[in-house]
Design a protein around this ligand. Structure first.
Ligand SMILES: Nc1ncnc2c1ncn2[C@@H]1O[C@H](COP(=O)(O)OP(=O)(O)OP(=O)(O)O)[C@@H](O)[C@H]1O
Ligand SMILES: [Mg+2]
Length: 257
């Protein structure tokens, strides 16, 4: 099982969009996928057309030790979702438990979901306890970056955050960097891509997801790009991204010293 956390402290870079469409792409490619909403905003369920998500979700798993199987919803063929749940925000404010507060999700998922090939965690735009829980529970971090200089600052911050965790993890955090909201005709976007290639040759995924109206329209209709515009370039890009992740072994993205 590959557990991948979609993380970036910066908001609006595409964590939820990529979780939604990459999750569906992997499922369409024949893999069992579970997507987990770790963002109290709870947008992930809506992206799949569940506009009124159940009040119980991963919050119950983290806070009350509920069995993940009891809050998992079958949403598409080969694809299940664990929604955020109404109390997820409480995880951020937990005072008890010391350092083990960051390992609640890791422990809760131990031995669970073993039938899944992929588990994707959609994280909030912060660096609090929910993200810490995702980092401890995941084997890989997928950092979406959009094509401007601000995003490079965000990336640097994110990598620093990951580095802080390293001494406490019993394995390296394997990192992927994915370009999103990409404008191939904009010089700045190509410059950012060039810099990423130069500095992170192993982590950078070769398929950028372009800025596209269809992607922005999907959440409004509660459909993934494969349902809304199956023959669009965006659908193709997400499928290629999934194929690249399937091909590249997690080891090849190991944390650089
Ligand atoms: N490639 C794209 N083309 C067009 N619109 C996009 C693209 N990627 C994301 N968006 C839109 O940008 C907005 C932010 O994307 P998304 O919610 O996925 O970001 P996020 O990183 O999850 O944000 P947050 O940090 O608030 O959780 C959404 O309205 C989404 O539809
Ligand atoms: Mg989001």
């Amino acid at each position: 099982m590959r557990r991948i956390a979609l993380i970036n402290q910066k908001g609006g870079v595409g964590k939820t969009t990529i979780t939604t469409n990459l999750g569906h792409a992997l499922a369409l490619a024949g893999h069992r996928v579970s997507v987990i909403d770790l963002d109290p905003q709870g947008q992930l369920a809506a992206n799949y057309g569940i506009f009124r998500a159940p009040s119980k979700g991963i919050d119950q798993v983290i806070l009350n030790g509920a069995d993940p199987a009891t809050v998992r919803l079958g949403i598409r063929d080969m694809l299940t979702l664990i929604p955020a749940g109404a109390r997820l925000q409480e995880v951020e404010y937990r005072q008890d438990g010391g350092a083990s507060r960051a390992r609640l999700l890791l422990h809760a998922l131990e031995g669970a979901m073993t039938d899944q090939a992929f588990v994707l965690f959609d994280c909030p735009p912060s660096s609090g306890l929910l993200v810490a829980n995702a980092i401890f529970a995941a084997d890989e971090a997928f950092i979406p970056v959009s094509g401007d200089h601000m995003s490079l600052n965000g990336l640097a911050k994110m990598l620093k955050t990951l580095k802080r965790f390293e001494p406490y993890l019993d394995r390296p955090v394997r990192q992927w960097i994915g370009l999103n909201r990409y404008f191939p005709r904009r010089r700045l976007a190509r410059e950012v891509q060039g810099k990423l290639r130069q500095h992170f040759p192993e982590q950078l995924l070769s398929i950028p997801i372009r800025e596209a109206a269809a992607i922005a329209e999907c959440p409004g209709v509660g459909r993934t790009i494969f349902e809304y515009k199956p023959s669009s370039r965006s659908a193709k890009e997400f499928m290629l991204l999934a194929e690249e992740l399937l091909e590249r072994s997690p080891e090849s993205a190991a944390c650089r010293p």
